[in-house]
Design a protein around this ligand. Structure first.
Ligand SMILES: [Zn+2]
Length: 373
């Protein structure tokens, strides 16, 4: 039994409906003079980006809106070039995980000479990162409170997390009203991302007592509110609780890290274009059952903390929530052959799989994907 542990959460978190209006105060606290707003095209067309620029009275000097889902290293380089060429001293990221992750990486890459692809290839990141204000617009990523940025290199077929302390935003403004316009499908995908962050954080080999408490609370909030937010998109109470779940789950996994379902999600997204949260949902109930069957006491204590007798009972509840929210049940639409299944299983033998509470073998992954194929 481990007795010593350390916990750190350096992000200033401000939560509430309408908290977006406090952006100018946040910029004041950073001492920012010239910032870049990083966002996705939809927030420009809906006028939210313009609103933030106006609110900051000239201190948000430019907008980079070239971020796509699963942002590519070249988008990060383009954003870094704007930061460098514009002489920016801070970054505001308004968007889902893709936007916040791209902004984090660009805030580091703009301080160095190499291209983002080299850092994804293992080059150490520069320690000196521009300060970031993160404003999440989905209840999913948790990226506003983590030191992680997930980037893709589509040419080399890589999607992987980068991690550095400088990636912790300085300030997070979590305004649930920004999630009100999410479609039911997007609500479900991002909600399952939150649930997986919470579950994987709890049973991570690097689990921590403080993070356990955060993980249980976040998972409970999802189990109690996701279906409501999915079926009643205008239910602001459910939206608020899901936004709370997302930031709480982010704090839960920031240090313990993710494992099984997240490891499997990367090739599922990269190869079959399944959105991140739905790709995580694809295997999470299977892993709850597998970890339970293989005798993980963490899977047992998680199930009990959430009010279930066993991991099997928790997995049944998660499977039911998946089907009630329209998450695809399997990979049958992709008509996978034996070689595809073997290659998927091989791609999941990633070092992060060792952060699962029990060992997962290649044969077990093969079995899992055969059952889903
Ligand atoms: Zn995730």
């Amino acid at each position: 039994m481990r007795r010593e542990w350390e916990y750190r959460q350096p992000v200033d978190v401000h939560f509430g409906r309408g908290i977006l209006d406090s952006l100018p105060d946040a910029v004041d606290r950073l001492g920012g003079h010239k910032g870049l707003l990083v966002t996705s095209p939809s927030f420009v067309s809906r006028g939210v980006a313009g609103l933030l620029v106006d609110m900051c009275g000239g201190r948000l000097a430019a907008v980079y809106s070239g971020v796509s889902p699963n942002p590519d290293v070249t988008e990060c380089d383009a954003c870094a070039a704007m930061l460098r060429d514009g002489g920016c001293d801070f970054v505001v990221a308004l968007g889902g995980g893709s936007v916040i992750d791209c902004a984090k990486a660009a805030a580091a890459v703009c301080r160095a000479d190499a291209a983002a692809a080299e850092y994804l290839g293992g080059r150490p990141l520069p320690p000196d990162v521009l300060p970031i204000i993160a404003i999440p617009t989905t209840a999913g990523t948790g990226s506003e409170v983590t030191p992680v940025s997930v980037l893709s290199d589509h040419i080399r077929g890589i999607k992987a997390p980068l991690r550095c302390d400088g990636f912790y935003p300085r300030i997070a403004l979590v305004d649930p009203s920004l999630t009100d316009s999410m479609s039911p499908y997007m609500t479900a995908c991002t909600g399952f991302d939150v649930l997986c962050h919470a579950i994987e954080a709890y049973w991570s080999r690097r689990h921590l007592p403080v993070c356990d408490a955060l993980a249980v609370q976040a998972a409970r909030l999802v189990l109690d509110n996701l279906l409501r937010a999915f079926t009643e998109p205008t239910d602001t109470e459910a939206r608020d609780r899901m936004a709370e779940a997302s930031v709480t789950a982010g704090m839960a996994f920031a240090l313990p890290g993710t494992n099984c379902a997240h490891v499997c999600s990367y090739p599922l997204t990269g190869r079959y274009n399944i959105p991140h949260g739905e790709a995580c949902a694809m295997t999470i109930d299977n892993f709850i059952r597998l970890n339970g069957r293989k005798g993980s006491d963490r899977a047992v204590s998680l199930a009990r903390a959430l009010g279930y007798d066993s991991p099997e009972a928790l997995a049944d509840a998660v499977s039911a929530l998946k089907s009630a929210t329209g998450m695809r049940p399997d990979l049958s639409e992709f008509h996978l052959g034996d070689a595809d299944v073997e290659s998927l299983a091989a791609a999941c033998m990633h070092p992060n799989m060792r952060n699962n509470p029990v060992e997962v073998t290649y044969d077990e992954l093969l079995q899992l994907f055969r059952a889903l194929a």
